[in-house]
Design a protein around this ligand. Structure first.
Ligand SMILES: NC(=O)c1ccc[n+]([C@@H]2O[C@H](COP(=O)([O-])OP(=O)(O)OC[C@H]3O[C@@H](n4cnc5c(N)ncnc54)[C@H](OP(=O)(O)O)[C@@H]3O)[C@@H](O)[C@H]2O)c1
Length: 324
């Protein structure tokens, strides 16, 4: 049994990890670190886990665990690692954006691999340090990678994506306050969202020229999930587009190309990414949908852990959608 440590376990991605790992037969949760809840039951933060575990949060860190997951905000992961020196044998999986870009990937003698299994599976299997992708970045890249690989992504790319309120973390804010968010919709960070960097690096990794991405993120009136609609010029037929995607995702365990138009609830509470293609004149519209906390965060982190430790890739991730 691999021993797991979770840092930031009272937050949303930390909570999702606890839920997944409690039901993973090859691991045991050694500790869940919290700066504010040491000594309190896990269920004090995650009431859905009442009866599921007797674990309590701790203020102590076991630096000898087999795997540590960092579920912290930007900048806090690198600070935490400076203050807590983990064993060289400990595998580090970071959910923040501290190590995702190539310029930031080397830290304390380890080089973090960008953890998108559909792109980097063989490198993930060999690494001991992993930068888990962003949630928007996962949905958008999965909708574009087959086109980038084929070298047919040279025109402007327009992305409109909407996220649930859990994407903003557990701490209440002006735009997550129920009175503001409910029955409401709004955009933010137009064309400048921080995930553009990692998306660009992945698309460029095939060595083909790619067009400029115009990304408009939206806040949705729901708690979980991301639906991204992406369109660009594509000269091939609908069948050619489909075969690029089905070939690219032939071996993918959690990404499916779907013939019927998709909606968000068919992936919420799962680690799946569903992709639908629609051709109109010379435009290809790609719709991709994920659960931001699972394929967009903790589910993908467990998928990566499975690959890194040599477990079955889908272990602990056979989940049912909350479709009704
Ligand atoms: N939410 C998503 O959908 C999503 C998706 C993909 C990636 N991510 C990324 O994953 C990371 C975590 O996101 P989240 O949504 O889980 O955030 P969150 O809900 O805000 O939780 C973060 C937790 O970190 C702990 N913390 C805060 N400051 C700390 C510090 N200085 N040192 C140690 N612990 C500290 C807090 O727990 P205690 O008070 O218990 O210490 C807090 O609950 C972020 O980098 C985020 O960008 C999030």
């Amino acid at each position: 049994m691999a021993k797991i440590g979770i840092i930031g376990g009272s937050g949303y991605t930390g909570g999702e990890l606890i839920r997944l790992l409690l039901n993973h037969s090859d691991v045991t949760i050694d500790f869940v670190y919290s700066t504010t809840r040491a000594g309190k039951k896990i269920s004090s933060a995650h009431s859905d886990l009442i009866g599921a575990t007797d674990l309590t949060f701790t203020g102590e860190v076991n630096t000898q665990v087999d795997v540590v997951f960092l579920c912290l905000g930007h900048g806090n992961s690198s600070n935490f690692l400076k203050e807590h020196k983990f064993s060289e044998e400990t595998v580090i999986i970071d959910l923040s954006n501290d190590f995702r870009l190539q310029a930031d990937a080397t830290f304390q003698g380890r080089t973090y691999v960008y953890g998108l299994p559909e792109l980097n599976k063989e490198a993930i299997k060999k690494t001991d340090a992993l930068a888990n992708p962003g949630c928007f970045a996962t949905a958008i890249q999965l909708g574009l990678l087959p086109l980038a690989k084929a070298g047919v992504l040279q025109e402007d790319i327009h992305v409109n994506a909407v996220t649930g309120s859990t994407g903003a973390g557990v701490k209440p804010g002006d735009t997550t306050h129920f009175s503001w968010r409910n029955n409401n919709v709004s955009w933010y960070k137009p064309f400048t969202h921080q995930h553009l960097g990692e998306i660009g690096e992945s698309l460029n990794s095939f060595g083909n020229p790619t067009g400029k991405i115009y990304f408009l993120p939206n806040r949705g009136n729901f708690t979980r999930g991301i639906l991204a609609t992406t369109y660009t010029k594509f000269n091939g037929s609908a069948e050619e587009a489909k075969s690029l995607f089905t070939d690219f995702y032939q071996e993918a365990k959690f990404t499916q190309v779907v013939d019927e138009p998709i909606h968000l609830k068919q992936v919420v509470n799962t680690n799946n990414c569903h992709i639908h293609l629609h051709k109109h004149d010379d435009i290809l519209l790609v719709t991709s949908a994920i659960d931001n906390l699972l394929k967009g965060a903790s589910g993908q982190a467990v998928q990566n852990m499975n690959l890194m430790l040599g477990f079955k890739e889908s272990k602990g991730l056979k989940l049912k959608a909350g479709v009704f």
